[in-house]
Structure formats: structure tokens, C-alpha cells
Design a protein around this ligand. Structure first.
Ligand SMILES: [Zn+2]
Ligand SMILES: [Zn+2]
Length: 334
């Protein structure tokens, strides 16, 4: 299977946490957490359409300014999600700058800010042309665990305990469309941008009898199929990819249950491991996991692959010990 999402941590394990998730063959990405993102090239940052912030401790939110700076003056609708109080945090950031010329931009940036509570979300829009003053009241909607959804995927969240509310996040592709190369060959079709449109039509549950036109690159005429016939000849459907992200959480029974449920059967779980297990008292005090606890949660949730990050600087040059501790318990529990 060629995965649709290619997640990568934005920094090394001792630096600010964050997960950049670009979509294959699309100029688009999601971002989980918004710490220092200076290591991400501008062209990658500009692909981001939705940002999910676990909590607003400075190491998870200081990248907001760089994101804003790069997106300003562009015709973009950027959505940001965060825990209770997130709207105030964003307003505080925006209030730090002078916006008297903001209505002169030809291409207006718009921010859609959503904060997540136990059973509801609150959303508000802040537009560059309005000098980022919210014009309307926040819109309230029920929250059932799914924070954002498109035909092809959804992002779920749970509120975890970090001595403050902190979001655990999971991205799930609805199903995965594998393109069979031999099928393409048999029909004499070249892969191209039309494949994205084709997959999108499948996710949109378009009528299988609908006409689908494959744009050819050469001088030959475009080829016409019915969607169902083409899907039958060139695709194989398999379960969708799942990527989960857990950071800054205390190892409590309630957190453990919520994490295992959210991250169940992830293809890749990214999970913090700030401390070694010999320092677990310190970890508990600071609302963090140890490498052993991270490895155990990865195994218990049935994650096929897991990566640990967010190491305390006290283990500088000892990161092998953290990787080893997590891996050992993962293999034992599994
Ligand atoms: Zn924190
Ligand atoms: Zn942190």
C-alpha cells in the first residue's frame, strides 16, 4: 500500500513537538501541534490547511507567529483547533500586533478558530480584512469526538489530563484506494493528476454509473469510463491509514483508557516519552509519560508502529536509553 499521509515530526526528539502530515500528490498538509516550526520549509508550511494544537504551553504553540507571518497576504482559510480557552490564546497573539494596514492586502487571510470542550465546540472567524477583530459571536456545536471530517478522512480528539486539558489526536482515512499498476497498463492509462480526482469521486460516493473522463497527457483524445467500471479495473480497496498523536499526558487510569481507545489499531502512533521510568515520579509531577509507559500504551493500543519524542534535556546524548526502554516493553506486552 502506498500511504496517503506521510507524517513526520517537525523537530528532533529534544526540541519542540509537532507532527507535519503532508498528503501524497496534493499540495496540502495537516499539522498536529504548533511548537517551533522554523525547521519546516516555507513551501511546506504553506500547504497546511488545518492545525490541531494539543494545548498552549509555549513549546506547543510558539510557532503560531511564523505560521501567521507566512500566510498573511494570501487568500487562505486556515483552521486552527485547540483545547478550552484556545480562542483567548489566539486573540492574545493577534492583539500583540498592529493591524491598521491589514485591510489593504489584496489576498485576505481568514482564521477559523475552534476550541474543544467535553461535549461541544465553539468556533469563531477572524479575518485579516477586519483587522482580526471577530465580527460575530462564537458558534456552538455538539462534539462527539470527531473534530473535523471530509469525505476522505476525519480527525478525532479526546480531552486528556496534563494538569490542564490537553487534546489527544487521531487522523483516520475512511478507506484506502490502491491503484493497480497492471490495471492502468491494460487500459493504456498513464498515472497523472486525474487519479486524485478519481479517488475523490470514490470518497464522495459518486454514482458508479457516472461518466468519468481520464485526461491523457499526449495528443490522444481523453478516455471515457463509468466510475464503477474504472474502479473495478484499476483499484483495490483496503482499510484506511490511521495516525495518532499523544503528548503531554499524565499516566492515569482515565488517560490510559482514553488513549488506548483513541489510538486503537493505529498504523503509526506518535507518543511522548519525556522521562525514563526511573524518574517516573518526576514524570507524574510534571504531567508526562515515561518511555516505558509510552511503549506500553503503544502495545496496548495495537499500534503497528510507534515513535517517541519530547525528551527531557536531562537525557541529552542518552536518547538510546529512552528508545530501548520503550521498545523493550512494547515487544514484551505485544
Ligand atoms: Zn505541556
Ligand atoms: Zn510539552
Amino acid at each position: 500500500m502506498h500511504p496517503s499521509f506521510h507524517p513526520r515530526l517537525t523537530n528532533g526528539p529534544f526540541d519542540d513537538p509537532g507532527l507535519f502530515i503532508p498528503f501524497v500528490f496534493q499540495k496540502r498538509a495537516l499539522l498536529f501541534d504548533l511548537g517551533d516550526i522554523t525547521g519546516l520549509p516555507a513551501k511546506d508550511i504553506l500547504k497546511i490547511s488545518h492545525v490541531f494544537v494539543s494545548h498552549t504551553h509555549v513549546d506547543h504553540f510558539i510557532g503560531f507567529d511564523r505560521l501567521l507571518r507566512l500566510m498573511l497576504g494570501r487568500d487562505k482559510n486556515l483552521a486552527l483547533f485547540g483545547p478550552p480557552g484556545f480562542m483567548k490564546n489566539v486573540e492574545g497573539k493577534l492583539a500583540a500586533y498592529t493591524w491598521n494596514l491589514a485591510d489593504k492586502y489584496n489576498y485576505p487571510l481568514s482564521l477559523q478558530i475552534t476550541e474543544v470542550h467535553q461535549d461541544l465546540t465553539l468556533s469563531r472567524q477572524y479575518r485579516c480584512h477586519d483587522r482580526f477583530k471577530p465580527l460575530k459571536d462564537a458558534v456552538q456545536q455538539p462534539f462527539d469526538g470527531v473534530l473535523y471530517e471530509e469525505p476522505a478522512f476525519k480527525v478525532s480528539a479526546v480531552i486528556l489530563d496534563h494538569q490542564i486539558p490537553c487534546l489527544g489526536l487521531s487522523l483516520k482515512e475512511r478507506f484506502h484506494v490502491n491503484i493497480i499498476k497492471e490495471g492502468l497498463k491494460r487500459l493504456n492509462l498513464e498515472p497523472g493528476p486525474w487519479l486524485s480526482a478519481f479517488k475523490q469521486a470514490l470518497y464522495n460516493r459518486t454514482d458508479p454509473a457516472a461518466r468519468f473522463e481520464v485526461a491523457t497527457t499526449g495528443p490522444a483524445a481523453n478516455k471515457i469510463f463509468t466510475l464503477g467500471d474504472l474502479a473495478h479495473k484499476i483499484t483495490r480497496i483496503s482499510p484506511g491509514q490511521k495516525i495518532s498523536y499523544i503528548t503531554d499526558v499524565v499516566y492515569s487510569d482515565i488517560n490510559k483508557d482514553k488513549i488506548v481507545k483513541l489510538a486503537r489499531d493505529s498504523d503509526h502512533l506518535f507518543i511522548e516519552a519525556a522521562f525514563m521510568d526511573k524518574d517516573r515520579k518526576l514524570a507524574r509531577n510534571k504531567g508526562h509519560l515515561t518511555a516505558r509507559q509510552a511503549g506500553e500504551l503503544a502495545a496496548r493500543s495495537g499500534a503497528k508502529q510507534f515513535s517517541i519524542f519530547h525528551f527531557s534535556p536531562r537525557y541529552t546524548e542518552q536518547e538510546d536509553l529512552l528508545y530501548h526502554e520503550a521498545r523493550e516493553v512494547y515487544e514484551k506486552v505485544l
